[in-house]
Design a protein around this ligand. Sequence first.
Ligand SMILES: Cc1ncc(COP(=O)(O)O)c(C=O)c1O
Length: 440
Amino acid sequence: MDTNPALDLAALARPSLTPVLGRYFETSWSHGAGHRLYDTDGRSYLDFANGIAVTALGHHHPAVTAAIHAQVDRLIGPTGAVGYAEPVVRLAGRLAATFPDPLDTVFFLNSGSEAIDGAIKLVRRATGRSVIIAFRGAFHGRTVGAMSLTSSSLNYRTGYEPLLPSVYLTPFPNVYRDFDGDEERATRVAMDHLRELTEWIAPASGVAAVFIEPVQGEGGYNPAPIPFLRALRAFCDEHGILLVADEVQTGFGRTGRMWSFEHAGIVPDVVVVAKAIANGLPLSAIVSSRGLQTRWGKGAHGTTYGGNPVACAAGLAVLDTIEAEGLVANAAARGAELSAGLRALMADDPRIGDVRGPGLMIGVELVRDRATREPDPALCDALVARAADEGLLVLSCGHDHNVVRFIPPVNVTADEIDEALGIFGRALRSLPARPDAAGA
Ligand SMILES: Cc1ncc(COP(=O)(O)O)c(C=O)c1O
């Protein structure tokens, strides 16, 4: 595809495009093909960022592109409020079939935040309870409801008080940072905090739901320990509290299972999905039992664009491709290779404090000192920039902004994993170690 090297989009954007939106790179992008993004100078980058876990099948995927073209020619929509369109109905059935019982009913919306807001409304109205509990360091989105459950960065909350009332945040079991790798202790302590909250501040009988990302995304690629997810499920069952899994970033095979809650063998009451659902077109969904959405009530929630037929046609192609090409298993296998490679780098470089995460959702935490785990955000920034210079796109995350996250496409190949490891290793080695950095 032709590129236009004279096109400096950052300069063109300056007078009129909002300065509010944060950007990882100031690059002017021309186009994407497969697992590569191309800038307007024609340079190619191996894309292990994927628009933050969105283009999980890569760019311009032929099946997705064909499905979009076909549906654009037939019916763009919107149709939700006026009747039915075939891709919307078919995707609801296909998506529901990827979930265990009793999760069989799908409400389509446009974005992750919007679906989290919808889920807040669902759990409140269906239970008749108002309290929502979420976890410190979580990211559930930017709309006022979702933001009220979000604390991965103070900037996301600053200046917006009063937030949604009756929302309480409890500590997340951050196994690396706070518990020295001890999942059982992390589970015990986090469950104690949760029980204390319901014994002192907000009685369990008034709690509508607990919202959790099975692997915290923006907060630093922190997996919730499996024993914790099981204990949380039991706690919710004991008190009639709904458990909401935010699978916006973790879903669609990313963690080596179709849904990351499957690793723990639990079934949430509500699951929120988005991002990879339509490989780049705006679409999200709230999935629950039919009983729960019946209790929510007809007309209790609505949307103009949610469940757009074109986005749903793309969603069908995404599910077809994941199933036909065995991409959940591919994510598990390639993820193991990437993890092993990153652990090998960690063995040689004390600036890497931790490598973690299931499947293809891998965080590399950078520290100034392994013993104290003091975060090194400057190294993280420099490494992300240097990797991009060398042709690999990875992103940062974490409350302390010191975790490099790898989010490759779920159909990534073993050769591309090798290529990324080579570039990342070279980028790390090219950055001078701090003279006082302690080894482990
Ligand atoms: C776990 C999680 N939930 C919700 C959201 C919000 O999604 P959106 O940006 O589509 O509103 C995100 C976005 O990064 C996310 O990672």
